[in-house]
Structures are given as C-alpha cells and as structure tokens.
Design a protein around this ligand. Sequence first.
Ligand SMILES: C[S@@+](CC[C@H](N)C(=O)[O-])C[C@H]1O[C@@H](n2cnc3c(N)ncnc32)[C@H](O)[C@@H]1O
Length: 231
Amino acid sequence: MYVLAQELNRVGVASAYDRWAPIYDLVFGPVFRRGRRAAIDAAEEVGGRILEVGVGTGISLPHYRADSRITGIDIADQMLDKARDRVKRLNLTQVERIAIGDAEALDFPDASFDVVVAQYVVSAVPHPERALSEFLRVVRPGGLIVITTRLGAETGVRSKIERALMPVTSRLGWRTDFPWSVYGDWALRHPHAELVERRPLPPLGHFSLVCFRRTADGQDNTPTLAHAATA
Ligand SMILES: C[S@@+](CC[C@H](N)C(=O)[O-])C[C@H]1O[C@@H](n2cnc3c(N)ncnc32)[C@H](O)[C@@H]1O
C-alpha cells in the first residue's frame, strides 16, 4: 500500500483556503474550468440531489441545471462566504443549502444523495480514504461519486519531486504526492464502489475525472470515522 509523504492538518488546510478566498476564482477559475465542466456533466447524467463537497467559493454552482438540487459544504468559512454571496447575487435557485462541513465526517444520513461531487478536494483532505468512505455512505445505491483530482506518479523521478514538494504545497492547502493507488487501494476494500470512469483532464494531464457508482445492492459496512466514534 502506498504511504502518502506527509499528513495534512484540517485546521491548517481551512486556514490556507481562508487566505486563498479573496483571489481563489482569479487564480483557480480558468485553470480548472474544463475539469469542472466534465464533473458537472457526469453528475447531471444522474441529477437530482447533489452534494458538492469542498464547494469552495461556489465557482461551479451557476453551471448546474436549474432542476438539480445542490447542497454545498466546505471547511473554510471565507470560501463559504463567497459561495453564499454568489448564490444570492445570481439567484441560484438550484442551491438548497451552503453549510460548513467536513468531508471526513459528513453530517447527512446514509443514502441521502443521488450524486456526490468532489472537485479538487480529495487530495486536500487529511485522510482521503475516510472521505471516500463517507461519499459512499451518503450516496444512494445506484448513485454516483464524481471526483476531479490530482493524480501524481507512483514511482520514478516525478514521484520523488512530488514528494519533495509536499512541505511547500501542504502549507498552500494541497498535496502534490497523490497517486492513483489512493483510489485503487480504497476501491479494493470497498467492493460496492464500482469504478465507472477514469480519464485525464487538462491542464497537462496531472488531473483526472474519476467516477465510482455505488452498486445497486450496495451495503458497505466498512466503518467510517463518524460511525466508529458513535459505535
Ligand atoms: C482546491 S479547492 C476546490 C474548490 C472548488 N471545488 C473548485 O472546484 O474550485 C479545495 C476546497 O476543498 C475544501 N476542503 C479541504 N478540506 C476539506 C474537508 N476536509 N472537508 C470539506 N472541504 C474541504 C477547501 O476549503 C477548499 O475550498
């Protein structure tokens, strides 16, 4: 099993994005535009109740169809303030709720969404596998998990560089060291998460669209952090 180079700290990540909030759309708007479009298209093939985890400034929200029903959560207050402003300013009636929330301990009942979307978030979460298990828990059987994600190298020079950059990029709020095996290892332990799409996205193929379907009879009993705490 691949061991990520460095732990992230949730409070540190939230502060990093609070600092990014005033300029986030300017810096990260255009660069991820095509990836966001691909994620929304995938999500709306299923449609319905959509949870956007790590909704940030709400940059995606205007691009969902009016008949989608979106809940957005994030850990960074300043990012959420921007999202709330956007919803109000653009009268985005498809957005039902914007709230503080942690990907690793989602405050929603099992199977309460048709789709979970996580755009450029999973690599910023301290324990990515816990977040993935939470996505699987809150999506209904037959529903979809749509992820846009950084995918780094497993081995070789690029992997060494990505690991070496971690002390810098973790302070900025993300990991450079994030290979496919994070997803692959998790999926092996969760047979009710069926990989249905994995394709590179711009820029430079360092990011990918990854979609898992929760199989129709999906009962996944793997304990998550939230379940373990209440068990
Ligand atoms: C790179 S930004 C992506 C924002 C937006 N999804 C986009 O497409 O631009 C990562 C977002 O994930 C949020 N985030 C990081 N860790 C999180 C966690 N554990 N739970 C919820 N949101 C988290 C950050 O606060 C930030 O808003």
